[in-house]
Design a protein around this ligand. Structure first.
Ligand code: SAM
Length: 282
């Protein structure tokens, strides 16, 4: 079946009485060339496993299914599930599931987890909804078998957080967490006019690739605890925040000195050094 034009899809949505939900981040891609380009950006091979969050009307799902990947798409809005299913109809290995991808801020939905491989590689490709996008990326990255790559379209502000350098305004726990495990590359800018409805801000496609030299699960857990703790009060000095963890300010100053860090630095000034701290013995 040939792909419906955006005008045709828009007419379908109107006939359904559909009003896009801001809370669900419903800004649909209206340019099939862009959807195709994002699917290509993901560098997938036929047969590879792919999770798409929020297929919406299926613009990206259609392009992914055409690559012959094993696609699992998860859409929260039951009004859209039928459209997404139509977009991948005929593809042998594509499934559209109706579910909230998250079962809380830190957990994926059980039916989503059931569909992820325990060991085989898998990938994420999505035009992510604003509110669920960041929690999803962090939760997916902390799975025992995290995605090998995540190629996602995000609002510029979130992309800035992922690509931020320490010390900048956008540097924070999300960027720190994801960059611990992933190399991050911004691939293309996407202006508001390529979506319906038009968002107020620019977006960009970013690709996260799982690092082969990443730390193990124990170190990641220690790192996350430390990041939580330090960024709860990012304007406080390292010495005062770390002091609460290691039994006092004096111990913290000693530890920071050993690492060549200034106790007056703030969490927002740190990069990989946060990781070094997480590996210090008790
Ligand atoms: N992929 C489509 C496209 O590119 O045109 C739609 C992208 S739109 C930015 C985000 C989609 O995510 C919407 O279809 C929305 O209903 C869906 N969504 C929002 N929150 C979700 C959640 N928690 N779980 C699954 N889907 C969600």
């Amino acid at each position: 079946m040939s792909a419906p034009s955006w005008a045709q899809l828009r007419a379908r949505l109107e006939a359904m009485g559909f009003r896009p939900s801001k809370a669900l981040g419903q800004n649909f891609l209206i340019d099939p060339n862009l959807a195709r380009a994002i699917a290509r950006d993901a560098r997938l091979r036929p047969g590879e496993r792919v999770m798409e969050v929020g297929p919406g009307c299926g613009a990206l799902s259609r392009e992914l299914a055409a690559l012959g990947v094993r696609l699992r798409a998860v859409e929260i809005d039951r009004r859209l599930v039928e459209l997404a299913r139509e977009a991948v109809a005929g593809a042998a290995h594509a499934e559209v599931l109706r579910a909230d991808v998250l079962a809380g801020k830190h957990v994926l939905a059980a039916e989503v987890l059931d569909r992820l491989p325990d060991e085989d590689p898998w990938h994420v490709v999505a035009n992510l909804p604003y509110s669920a996008g960041t929690p999803f990326l962090v939760v997916a990255s902390r799975l025992p078998n995290p995605p090998r790559s995540m190629t996602v379209l995000l609002q510029r502000e979130l992309v800035d957080r992922l690509a931020a350098e320490p010390g900048g305004r956008s540097w924070g726990p999300v960027g720190a967490r994801l960059r611990l495990l992933y190399d991050v590359a911004v691939l293309r800018q996407v202006p508001p006019g390529l979506f319906w409805p038009r968002p107020r801000v620019d977006s960009a496609v970013v690709r996260l690739e799982l690092r082969s030299d990443r730390p193990g699960p124990e170190e990641v857990r220690a790192f996350d605890r430390l990041v939580d703790h330090l960024f709860q009060a990012r304007r406080k000095t390292l010495a005062s925040r770390l002091g609460l963890l290691v039994g006092g300010r004096e111990a913290a100053v000693g530890l920071l000195g050993e690492l060549g860090l200034d106790p007056q630095d703030r969490p927002e000034d740190l990069d990989a050094l946060v990781f070094m701290l997480s590996q210090q013995p008790d």
